[in-house]
Design a protein around this ligand. Structure first.
Ligand code: ADP
Length: 596
């Protein structure tokens, strides 16, 4: 009966414990084992062997709690601390400082090792060389082959690296070769002894241990540039740092931390001489990390101007040279462009001035040529004017006689008066054309009927050369062009006059000069075909040259001027022999304004 009651009480307690379990765990995990993560630098078995005495002591000192030892490598221990998979850590001084940053680790005790003068000055690096090597100081390691344990090994590399850096030797760049050979670290010293490397970096006391165990002879190796450290049993090439700490983590219950700290500080020294002391100052380790830009300060490495400069100075120099080259090139190109622009502007200015001058000369020449044509035609025009004037005189006199004789019939008098009016109009037309041609007017572009311009020219030509025969070929429909009427008239008169001269010199003055006007591919074509003397091939080639003439009183300007006039208005002037027949045909074209 009592047993049954006890059983039911037990069951109730178990139930209550089950219900309260999460809350209890949340408080300090009183039921769960206390997990101590240990850096297993000598392997998992060594952890259980080396720290079991500690574990038992903790279990004895913290009633009701079980302690377990979990072994990790450095990365694994960091991860476990972050993920709350351990409650305490025992790790190297270097790793502990990294854990302060990564997982909020805080030391509660520092290990006291038998070889050290004090727990605060315990860990260091020994840079070991052959006893006979001609090396006395750290700077002499520049260019040498050096072995070390691992980039993350605190005593086995990092501490020595700081000393080398302080001595002006950057271990990453200035050594001939830096080789990491890992654990076990003993092989580093054996390699140095065998001459496979100039120096080896190991944690302090390893050399002394190996000499003690007989693995090495004291005459073989020595510590390079030993630093005086009173009370220390081992030689070191570096200053000394605090020994391994026992640390709680951010999530560890404070009460438990306190109990563990008390237990550690009251633990008796182990037979091999280890015990726990009040926590040391790890500031020096932090400074080391900062100087080497490793661990929590690795980010400094990424962005340090100095390291970037050191690593990429070649590339940066090249980039700088390219930049300077580019700048020089740009300035030079700008200078050249500026100079060339100036030259072009000056050339344009000269060209414009020359064009203006040429235009002025052309206008003067045009005028001269017109006057020359008029001069040539003057006597013929005077003769031509005589005819209407004589006719006017005759009709006037006839009409006067009739009036005298009293023959006043209206019809003959009216006829006489009309005839006088018609003849005076004819004379007036001739004079108007002559005056227009003699005017000194700049060329202008107007919409003209080319057929009408040609007719005006024919009238003037007929007046000047009544004996000449003109045969018109082609329709008399309007032929719109954009040009200057006077200048086109001047060209036509010139062609007609040349044709007549050629026919005269061939003795065929009475033959008709054929003039045609045709539409031809967006242009109007005027052709003047004569049956004159034609030209020998060598003369034909020079036809449009200024001052080329075969005439005793010729100027040799007519055709060259005509060509430039026609080209001004977008047309062409050309000549061709009449094949088998005698004479030449001269053609000019002007753009047809019906088809712009
Ligand atoms: P000019 O009539 O004052 O000599 P042009 O420039 O008008 O000047 O003519 C140059 C020369 O071309 C003439 O001297 C003549 O030898 C030749 N020429 C022009 N037209 C004809 C033509 N229809 N037939 C033969 N020769 C011509």
């Amino acid at each position: 009966m009592r047993a049954a009651r006890r059983l039911s009480r037990l069951a109730l307690t178990a139930l209550a414990a089950l219900c309260l379990l999460p809350a209890a765990r949340a408080q300090d995990g009183a039921d769960a084992p206390v997990r101590i993560g240990v850096l297993a630098y000598k392997g998992p078995e060594a952890v259980q062997r080396d720290w079991s005495r500690l574990r038992l002591w903790l279990e004895a000192s913290v009633p009701g709690r079980r302690f377990v030892l979990l072994d990790f490598d450095q990365a694994g221990l960091t991860r476990a601390a972050r993920e709350r998979a351990v409650d305490f850590v025992i790790t190297s001084s270097g790793h502990y400082v990294a854990l302060e940053h990564a997982a909020g680790a805080s030391r509660i005790a520092t290990l006291e090792s038998p070889w050290a003068a004090s727990p605060r000055q315990s860990i260091g690096s020994a840079i070991v060389v052959r006893r006979g090597a001609a090396l006395a100081a750290l700077p002499e390691l520049a260019g040498k082959h050096v072995l070390a344990v691992d980039p993350d090994a605190f005593g086995g590399y990092q501490i020595a690296a700081r000393e080398l850096l302080a001595a002006g030797v950057d271990p990453e760049h200035d050594l001939g070769r830096l080789e990491f050979s890992g654990f076990p670290t003993q092989k580093i010293l054996l390699a140095v002894r065998a001459g496979r490397a100039d120096a080896g970096i190991v944690r302090i006391c390893l050399l002394e241990q190996m000499i003690r165990s007989g693995e090495l002879d004291a005459a073989d190796l020595r510590v390079l540039a030993p630093v005086a450290s009173p009370g220390s049993a081992c030689q070191s090439s570096s200053r000394l740092y605090p020994d391994w700490p026992f640390a709680a983590l951010r999530h560890t219950a404070p009460q438990l931390s306190k109990q563990v700290a008390v237990a550690l500080l009251t633990m008796a020294r182990t037979p091999d001489g280890y015990s726990w002391a009040v926590p040391g100052d790890y500031q020096g380790v932090d400074t080391l990390f900062r100087e080497l830009r490793i661990g929590p300060y690795a980010y400094l490495r990424e962005w340090s101007f100095e390291t970037v400069l050191r690593r990429y100075w070649g590339l940066m120099l090249l980039a700088l040279a390219l930049l300077v080259g580019w700048a020089v090139h740009t300035v030079r190109v700008e200078h050249l462009v500026g100079r060339r622009t100036g030259q072009l502007r000056a050339a344009q200015e000269t060209q414009r001035r020359m064009a203006d001058e040429a235009q002025a000369r052309q206008a003067a020449l045009d005028h001269t040529a017109r006057l020359a044509i008029l001069g040539e035609m003057a006597s013929a025009i005077a003769h031509e004017l005589n005819q209407p004037l004589a006719a006017i005189g005759n009709f006037a006199r006839g009409m006067a006689r009739r009036i005298d004789a009293g023959r006043m019939e209206a019809a003959p008098l009216l006829e006489g008066a009309n005839e006088i009016a018609a003849q005076s109009e004819r004379a007036g037309n001739i004079m108007r054309n002559v005056r227009a041609l003699a005017q000194k007017k700049p060329a202008e572009r107007r919409h003209l009927d080319l057929a009408a311009v040609l007719e005006d020219a024919f009238a003037l030509f007929r007046a000047a050369h009544p004996q000449a025969q003109l045969a018109w070929r082609g329709a008399r429909a309007p032929a719109p062009v954009l040009a200057d009427a006077l200048q086109i008239q001047q060209v036509t008169l010139n062609l007609l006059k040349n044709a007549l001269d050629a026919q005269r010199s061939a003795g065929r003055a009475e033959q008709a000069i054929e003039v045609g006007l045709d539409a031809d591919a967006g242009a109007w074509r005027v052709s003047v075909r004569d049956s004159g003397c034609g030209l020998a091939p060598e003369q034909f080639a020079r036809l449009f040259e200024p001052f080329f003439t075969t005439k005793a009183e010729g100027l040799g300007l007519g055709l060259s001027l005509s060509k430039s006039i026609i080209e001004t208005f977008g047309g062409t002037l050309s000549a061709r022999p009449n094949g088998d027949a005698a004479g030449l045909t001269i053609c000019f074209t002007l753009p047809n304004m019906e088809h712009p």
